[in-house]
Design a protein around this ligand. Structure first.
Ligand code: 5RP
Length: 217
């Protein structure tokens, strides 16, 4: 199977978790795009979705699923989203698509976070994938200097503005041995909006597309 076929298969497997769920949290990325495509067949049962990005919002609306404001919805039963890296503790690196802030908010507001990923995303130690950090634009250089002090090599994602009108620094060469600790440290740098480590609130279930099957962590 190609990587895209694996993404498709794992996206299909996530449908099991949205049975009888009226309002779903929906993430961002190519794996989630497959998930949204599958939702077409379920739209009669779905009252609406809370979306983590403008891109996913557009895709959901296109297939007739109303997109709702998280403030009006309260706690979500299920949130389905992809990841850039997954470790055996269901801790993640996210933000390759730049939607990390809204993704983290929806994950925090959800009872069950179902992560869908193909096997290329599985690692023992997070950090091979450059760690996305969303930063208020005027703090970009300051935050970059602080990230260098932590041993990383931040690279400004040029020509990219997040849905929240901020910038992204992708931090290379970090071995994230203690994900919760590093998440807290980077969160505490002034000017950082969100760090793409999802460890304090990890996934509850990780579905991994591997070979011809989907395994569950
Ligand atoms: C977007 C994300 C995505 O979930 C992550 O980048 C995975 O993307 P894909 O499914 O395209 O591999 O965190 O901000």
């Amino acid at each position: 199977m190609t990587q895209d076929e694996l993404k498709q298969k794992v996206a299909q497997a996530a449908l099991h978790y949205i049975k009888d769920v009226a309002i779903i949290g929906v993430g961002t990325g190519s794996t989630v795009n497959h998930f949204i495509d599958y939702l077409v067949d379920f739209r009669a049962d779905i009252e609406g979705a809370v979306s983590s990005s403008i891109a996913s919002t557009e895709r959901l609306k296109k297939i007739g699923i109303p997109v709702l404001d998280l403030n009006a919805v309260g706690t979500l039963d299920v949130y389905v989203d992809g990841a850039d890296e997954v470790n055996p503790h269901k801790q993640l690196v996210k933000g390759g698509g730049g939607a990390l802030t809204r993704e983290k908010i929806i994950a925090a507001a959800s009872k069950k976070f179902v992560c869908i990923a193909d096997e290329t995303k599985c690692v023992d130690v997070l950090g091979k994938f450059p760690l996305p950090v969303e930063v208020v634009p005027m703090a970009r250089s300051y935050v970059a200097r602080e990230l260098v002090k932590l041993g990383g090599q931040p690279v400004w994602r040029e020509n990219f503005i997040t849905d929240n009108h901020n910038v992204i620094l992708d931090v290379h060469n970090l071995d994230i041995i203690e994900p919760i600790k590093l998440e807290q440290i980077i969160n505490n740098i002034t000017g950082v909006v969100t760090v793409g480590i999802f460890a304090m609130r990890p996934a509850d279930v990780v579905l991994i597309g591997k070979g011809n099957e989907v395994t569950t962590l």
